[in-house]
Ligand binder design. Structure first.
Ligand SMILES: [Zn+2]
Length: 328
């Protein structure tokens, strides 16, 4: 991971040199977009830039997935992924692994769980994590699954079966998991299908669901409010950040359209907090740990400000435009 990061910096530096050095040929269109992404990402979003602009999946480094195997995927060593749970805001809790995030939004009438984790992490991180934080997993009323990939949906069945939580997904991703192989931990039964602009209200809290197809066809993103030491803050939650491995112009264009739509809604709502479901994109694991040593009057590291939120979306947009030029 470290090597990848330093490689990213080298490539970014090379891009900068190519742009500024008068003797070098003028950058091509894709390079211009990557430079714009680099400027937007700054030092705040290196993981985002790395994944989307420096080493994005492409036809060369992403061979087609191997055929389905009867052998279950081995569970990685716990020390490589386990992270303790953290309270992040007055009403938002992080119950993720070092890599993937699951969020518990506490309302006056129960919990809305945003994304789940691989099945192996469901008990130690979500069930035990909520309990350690003084929250009852049986009070989870809704689970919003941003998209139907194993790192975000494999604990959904447990939440549906054991705690009778409603599962919300986009229609294409319900279709995909129903047609796919049986999921580790079980495949949840089709429940609630998200619609664009839908407002999910539980107790005193409302979450607005935004359809943002691109990473998958049914990817969901969210807008909601949290409180930080009683101060209300608006959050934009990006449910699918990486490109899909389908290398066609239509799919990249779909991704760009969704990113612009979400960026506009985030700006309109005054979002100053950007959350995602991978720590490589929003540094959730690191920021959550930083909170433990937050002193009186110090800012919450998750409150990055409206300009930073906008720069996140400029990064995804510009990297996708570079990819569109190169892969179509
Ligand atoms: Zn995914």
């Amino acid at each position: 991971m470290k090597t990848r990061f330093w490689n990213s910096l080298l490539v970014i530096a090379a891009l900068g040199c190519a742009y500024t050095h008068a003797q070098q040929p003028a950058p091509n269109g894709a390079d211009v977009h990557r430079l714009a992404a680099q400027r937007a990402a700054g030092l705040e979003y290196p993981g985002l830039l790395d994944r989307l602009c420096v080493v994005p999946p492409n036809k060369e480094n992403s061979p087609p997935p191997p055929p389905p195997s009867a052998t279950p995927r081995p569970v990685p060593d716990r020390s490589s992924w386990y992270a303790p749970p953290f309270k992040v805001f007055d009403n938002l809790y992080w119950v993720g692994t070092k890599i993937h995030s699951s969020w518990a939004l506490k309302t006056s009438d129960g919990i809305i769980l945003i994304d789940t984790l691989y099945n192996y992490a469901s008990e130690p991180e979500i069930v035990d994590g909520l309990t350690k934080l003084g929250l009852d997993p049986a009070t989870v009323k809704f689970v919003i699954v941003s998209h139907g990939h194993g790192d975000h949906d494999e604990s959904a069945n447990l939440m549906q079966q054991r705690f009778h939580a409603h599962i919300i997904m986009g229609a294409p991703d319900w279709d995909a998991i129903e047609k796919g192989r049986p999921m580790p931990g079980g495949t949840p039964k089709r429940d609630m299908v998200a619609t664009d602009g839908e407002k999910l209200t539980l107790g005193d809290t409302t979450v607005t669901i935004v359809l943002t197809p691109g990473h998958t066809l049914g990817t969901l993103s969210l807008l909601f409010q949290v409180k930080d030491q009683e101060k209300p803050l608006n959050v934009v939650y990006s449910g699918g950040t990486a490109f899909n491995n389908q290398f066609d112009a239509e799919r990249f264009q779909m991704y760009i359209t969704s990113q612009r739509k979400l960026a506009r809604l985030a700006a309109d709502s005054g979002a100053t907090v950007l959350l995602s479901n991978h720590s490589e994109f929003d540094d959730a694991y690191t920021k959550a740990r930083l909170l433990a040593s937050r002193g009186p009057g110090e800012p919450n590291p998750f409150e990055v400000g409206q300009q930073s939120v906008a720069r996140y979306f400029t990064t995804t947009d510009e990297c996708a435009q570079a990819a569109l030029l190169e892969y179509k």
